[in-house]
Design a protein around this ligand. Sequence first.
Ligand code: BG6
Length: 242
Amino acid sequence: MAMVSMSFSLPNLNLRRVNRYSGMAFASVNKETSTTVGVRVTEGEGNLPKVVLTSPHGSEAEIYLFGGCLTSWKVPNGKDLLFVRPDAVFNKKKPISGGVPHCFPQFGPGAIQQHGFARNLDWSVVDSDNVDGNPVVTLLLKDGPYSRSMWDFGFQALYKVILNSESISTELTITNTDNKPFSFTSALHTYFSASVTGASVKGLKGCKTLDKELDPTNPVEGKEERSVTFYAHLQYRKPISN
Ligand SMILES: O=P(O)(O)OC[C@H]1O[C@@H](O)[C@H](O)[C@@H](O)[C@@H]1O
C-alpha cells in the first residue's frame, strides 16, 4: 500500500463521527442525492456528476467523479483557491484540465498516456462522513478492462477529501490487489489560483528551453529573468556544469 497526501493548514482533528453512510456508488446522477450532512452528489458541467462538500463555516468544495478531480475549493469569503483552465472540457473526451487532477499510475510522459489513466475514468463514491461538522468523502477507482489494456495490474485507489472551515485535506491510498508486484508514480497535480503580478523566475540564462506551445526548436534562453505574467508553457533544463 502506498499513500500520497496533501493538506493545507489542516488542524488536528478530533475524529468524532457524527453521521456516516457507507456503500454509495454513483456512475451517473439524475437528481441531487444527499445522504450525509454536508455531502451531496449533483449534476455539474456537461451533466457530469460531481460531489459537493459544504462546511457549516461557509467553505465549499466540488469533486467530479470523472477523473476524481477536485475542481473547486472556496473558502468562507467566497474565493476559489483552485484554478480550472478556461478551456477545460467536461465531456469525458479529455481529462478535466485544472483543479487537482490525479496522475496515476504514471506521472508525466512514459510507457502509457501522459499522467496515466486515473484522470480519464469514472470514480465512485464509497463512503461519506461528517466529522465534527466537516464533510468527508471517499472515492474509489479500481482496475478494469480499460486500465488493464494499458497496465495489466489489479489495484484499488481510495481518495479521501476532508473539507474543514479554512483548509482542505486530500489523501490518495493505492493498494496492490494483484498477485504480482507493481511500481507506479503518482501526483495530485494541483492548479492554484494566484495573482502573478510582480512574480518572476530568475536563473534562466543559458538554460535549454522546451516550449510546447510556441517554439518547438528549444532555443537556449537568453534572458536571466522572466516575468510570469505572460501565458507560456515553458520548461527549463539547466546544462550540467563541469
Ligand atoms: O497537459 P496535461 O497532460 O494535462 O499535463 C499538465 C501539465 O503537466 C506537467 O507535469 C507538465 O510538465 C506540463 O507540461 C503539462 O502541461
